[in-house]
Design a protein around this ligand. Sequence first.
Ligand SMILES: Cc1cc2nc3c(=O)[nH]c(=O)nc-3n(C[C@H](O)[C@H](O)[C@H](O)COP(=O)(O)OP(=O)(O)OC[C@H]3O[C@@H](n4cnc5c(N)ncnc54)[C@H](O)[C@@H]3O)c2cc1C
Length: 382
Amino acid sequence: MTTTLLSETHREVQALAREFAQREIAPNAAAWNADHHVPVEVLRRMGEIGLLAVTVPEELGGAGLDATSLCLVVEEIARADAGTSTAVAVQNGLVAAPLMRAGTPAQCAAWLPRLATGEIFGAYALTEPDAGSDTASLRTRAAEHADGWSISGSKQWITNGGFAALFVVFARTGGPGAKGVSAFLVEPGPGFEVGREIPKMGLHTSSTVELVFDGCKVPGVNMLGKPGEGLKLALTTLDGGRITIAAQACGIAQAALDLATEYARSRVAFGGPIARFQGIQFPLADVAAKLDAARLLTRHAAALRDAGEPHGIVGAKAKLFASAVAVEAADVAVQTLGGYGYSSEYPAERYYRDAKITEIYEGTSQIQRLVIARGLLGDSAR
Ligand SMILES: Cc1cc2nc3c(=O)[nH]c(=O)nc-3n(C[C@H](O)[C@H](O)[C@H](O)COP(=O)(O)OP(=O)(O)OC[C@H]3O[C@@H](n4cnc5c(N)ncnc54)[C@H](O)[C@@H]3O)c2cc1C
């Protein structure tokens, strides 16, 4: 659907990502997930075809495309495997994007070309054990010294953390609250430790770790953006990232719908395919309609971003709606497959587990509702 609304370039990007995802990822997704294998080698190959730095300018090694293109890429990768698409979403949306927004020319030149090729991977470290939705309460501290900063504290749930070489870390450089936070570009070294891989319900092809900083030295030139403006950068970054997660949700929903419709046509019960039962047809029809709507909303948010228009609230709506559609689509897929839907020998149960994360990370569904409500009601909603 909605392919007709895409430009020629967008259709080419979609075809490139789809072809790669269906050839290199989809056939391996079940085995990788069962083994909890993070396919870094395949991620690296995505760098060769421009999928790791979709919106980075060509002169810095990127594909020089727009947010709509990034959505198309993430949706296609997610349709093949959600966990793999999370790495792509983080590299593009949470690492390259804040670098492009706030990085000095020297920082951009040092990091973006390497992120683009997949020579290195990046991670975005905002969440802490005691600070998730309430980002302004983060406690990791950066103390200033003669030639830079010394970071101490811990981070939780950091995607790509098990293999990243660059971490965008948000730490407190001033007093309490939002204005006391700054952002840093941190490389692994003394005083920095990657903790355990956190066991998860799904997304088994994605690395999610704890980070521990104990006097980790960061040169002064590695501050990203201005002192005290770190949280603003973190939240602006998430405004864009949410659109990418909405696209990921659309990809998971599409995979679930594809599986369920194919199964409904071939599974025979009571003398014919189960596809002839209204009880099978209507949930599939509902998901198909909602998925079209989710995709249009997601692409609308991306188009606003591409036009330089405010997109935070529409992005929140897109993530809120698309993630609910992904969860519903996966549920319908499990139900359509019956007992086979509950078996790990079919992908429906993986979609079911993977879809749920889209309602949680980069702002839970409650937080998206908060953003939307504040847009509607202004200060009276606070
Ligand atoms: C697999 C995975 C990968 C992740 N990757 C990253 C990453 O790469 N980098 C990173 O920094 N973080 C990452 N996260 C963290 C993620 O963004 C947070 O888990 C999420 O923002 C929620 O924070 P929390 O878990 O602390 O929940 P809490 O903030 O403690 O929320 C608990 C519950 O309370 C609700 N709640 C909280 N505040 C409100 C409110 N004001 N109104 C209504 N309800 C509220 C929440 O919606 C939720 O239901 C990841 C998480 C997971 C699970």
